[in-house]
Design a binder for this molecule. Structure first.
Ligand code: SF4
Length: 684
């Protein structure tokens, strides 16, 4: 951005989606400390171990400092002009040989809003394809689809601050104490201050120790569990009839469906005792201001979108959504810092910035009027389909930004084969990760502490991202890299600065029209929708009406369908993957720099009964096998996982964790079923 580094720079954390405001102390262009901002809108002086201490990667000797290009099978250093020319030539060749749809890009929830905006604009207007997606495909795509279908917008319904007024917290499929620690602390504080707490998670996650009721459903049975809760609400009159009559649709169909989900039947499906289910439903149903918060334990399933919709039924039945003052609605805890923003900016194959559909002529007209170029009407490829298209020769160029797909996507070997089959693979990265090793061109990228822009946190708040230090060597922001490639292809993308990109995005998507860098500099955080600079932004959605075509909230009635895999004689255990406290995703940043020494290898949590049955001792090395792959982990025996289940984090991909996961994916959004894999284990 050209901005000179200052001694203390206010920015937004680049790890999880909580969006903590941080003050970065800089000495001689190096980060000396990161302090949680006392006036941070979300964190209020708090931060977790990742935001505070995981900056050592900045000075890692492994940082990429210059572009690399492949020559005679090897990656060798190159100048930016050479690398950019190679990318531009390769993209042109792909279009010439296969048409615009032979090109695709995977944008990033680690990138700023402005970078995501520019990437999708480049694909749509310069290349001429909608083949752009982002890594929300692997986590919260079912939230976007489910919440949009139920309420009309692809985000949480209420500001997280309202949790402080909640008198019952229903926390589902999430481990915020470890994965979103500042939110976890605020939820815990609220529970300690008197709110009733219901935790629904197969594991004894941190919050479960403080819960009034802990529901432990078998992985893959969420839809039945949520229908069971809804059944009790209806059966015991714990609904809001006036709200249901006046502001919703679908009650008749849902009521008919729920007749098949009495607690006794739900107990058979989920393993949750009927008494516990009923007790949880009564706590939620009798609360005056209940709140639902959920995580990837709801979304990463074969029927993840159904799960989001069945869960969203609960606040609708209670009239606890839509600005009624009778509850907090529902909020998805976003894993990556900018999962919300990457999708808001239209880095999606079927949606433009602000969620206009590419198939909708009106939405395309609005974008075309601003961009001055036609927008293709046909939705593009999703991430898993991109890999399949590369394998069968339809995809001839793929640009991957800030995502190590070989390490983090299911079926790692298949992904690597897809990259090897693709004539041009461009990877923008901080480090030479697994994916970059398969690239033809590697562009060294700036990290979140080195660039300018904005992120959107999990409750839809825009906040500024500011450069605290300079990127190493010739590394540069993805924003600059996309501009450079467009220019080398003879195109001018306009919006030369991130501030101008956000302003332009507000013209394409009126819901962002009131946002600007200058305003965020003044106000700190502003939620969307925010159509005008004079408006504060809608922290609470749907106060007048829902954003669905008929203005009503839509109750959903999806039947429970089993997960893609169930335990059997050959693979008797169910594996769930997730996060741990000190690390973040593939660990590319938190495992470099040496200032976080916890969890330095992959461990497999298993119950003492299963340990005894399989002859595995605590801390012993074990081999875990699924029908899809094999991993080697260290056993940690304890009661936090239920008998018949095992858990490991995905921070150590070299252990083979993602090779275990099946290719099953949400039937609506293609989000992988990371949460349910049948496995067996043996001592190594
Ligand atoms: Fe960063 Fe999330 Fe930790 Fe806050 S809670 S410091 S946003 S990782």
């Amino acid at each position: 951005s050209g901005r000179a580094p200052a001694d203390r720079v206010r920015t937004t954390c680049g790890y999880c989606g909580v969006g903590c405001a941080l003050d970065v102390v800089v000495r001689e262009d190096r980060v000396a400390a990161v302090l949680p901002a006392r006036d941070g809108p979300v964190n209020r002086g708090h931060a977790c171990v990742k935001g505070r201490f995981a900056y050592g990667y900045l000075g890692s000797a492994e940082r990429l400092t210059e572009p690399l290009v492949r020559e005679n099978g090897e990656l060798r250093p190159a100048s930016w002009p050479e690398a950019v020319a190679r990318v531009a030539d390769g993209l042109r060749a792909a279009v010439r040989d296969g048409g615009p749809d032979a090109v695709a890009a995977i944008s990033s929830a680690r990138a700023t809003n402005e970078e995501n905006y520019l990437v999708q604009k480049f694909l749509r207007t310069v290349v001429g394809t909608n083949n752009v997606d982002n890594c929300s495909r692997l986590c919260h795509a079912p939230s976007a689809a489910g919440l949009t279908a139920s309420f009309g917008r692809a985000g949480g319904t209420d500001p997280f601050d309202d949790v402080e007024n909640a008198d019952c917290l229903l926390v589902v499929g999430a481990n915020p104490v470890e994965a979103h620690p500042v939110v976890g602390a605020r939820l815990l504080q609220r529970a300690l201050d008197g709110a009733r707490l219901v935790v629904a998670d197969p594991r004894a996650v941190g919050l479960a120790r403080h819960a009034d009721v802990h529901l432990r459903p078998r992985p893959g049975t969420n839809v039945a569990l949520f229908h069971g809760l809804a059944h009790v609400l209806l059966a015991e009159g714990l609904t809001d009839p006036a709200f249901l009559r006046g502001r919703t649709t679908g009650l008749g169909e849902l009521t008919a469906l729920l007749a098949a989900y009495p607690p006794a039947r739900v107990a058979e499906i989920t393993g949750v005792p009927a008494g516990d289910l009923t007790a949880a439903a009564r706590l939620y149903g009798r609360a005056e201001r209940p709140a639902v918060v959920y995580g990837l334990g709801v979304t990463e399933h074969l029927h993840g979108t159904d799960g989001v919709r069945a869960l969203a039924n609960l606040p609708i039945l209670r009239g606890a959504v839509g600005g009624t003052g009778r509850g907090f609605g529902i909020s998805p805890l976003r894993g990556q810092n900018n999962v919300q923003g990457a999708s808001d900016m239209g880095a999606l194959p079927d949606l433009l910035p602000g969620y206009g559909r590419v198939a909708d002529p009106e939405a395309r007209d609005r974008a075309e009027a601003v961009w001055g170029r036609p927008v293709p009407p046909r939705p593009g490829l999703r991430i898993p389909d991109m890999f399949e298209a590369a394998r069968d020769g339809r995809l001839r160029a793929l640009w991957i930004i800030g995502e190590d797909v070989c390490a983090t996507d299911p079926g790692s070997r298949r992904v690597a084969e897809a990259l090897d089959a693709c004539p041009l693979v461009v990877v923008s990265e901080l480090f030479l990760g697994e994916t970059a090793r398969h690239a033809d061109v590697v562009l060294p990228a700036a990290s979140w502490l080195e660039k300018d822009g904005t992120f959107v946190n999990f409750d839809r708040r825009f906040q500024r991202v500011r450069p605290a230090v300079r990127p190493p060597g010739t590394a540069r922001s993805d924003f600059a890299a996309v501009h450079a490639v467009a220019a080398a292809m003879g195109a001018d993308l306009g919006c030369p600065t991130p501030a101008e990109a956000l302003a332009e995005c507000g013209q394409v998507a009126p819901v962002f029209g009131g946002l600007s860098h200058a305003r965020l500099d003044r106000e700190g955080a502003v939620p969307w929708p925010c159509p005008s600079p004079d408006e504060p932004g809608e922290a609470t959605l749907y106060t007048a009406e829902f954003a669905t075509p008929d203005g009503r909230a839509h109750l959903a009635a999806p039947p429970y369908l089993p997960p893609g895999e169930e335990p059997d004689a050959d693979y008797p255990l169910l594996l769930v993957t997730g996060r741990r406290w000190a690390h973040y995703n593939s660990g590319s940043m938190t495992r470099r720099g040496g200032n976080l020494l916890l969890d330095t290898h992959g461990r497999l949590d298993l119950h003492p009964e299963d340990a005894a049955r399989h002859g595995v001792a605590d801390r012993a090395s074990v081999v875990v096998e699924s029908r899809h792959g094999r991993a080697r982990l260290t056993a940690r025996v304890g009661p936090d996982v239920a008998p018949g289940q095992v858990f490991c984090a995905f921070h150590f991909p070299e252990d083979g964790v993602n090779a275990l996961v099946s290719r099953n994916a949400d039937t609506v959004t293609s989000c992988p079923e990371y949460k349910v894999t049948a496995v067996r284990l043996r001592p190594a």
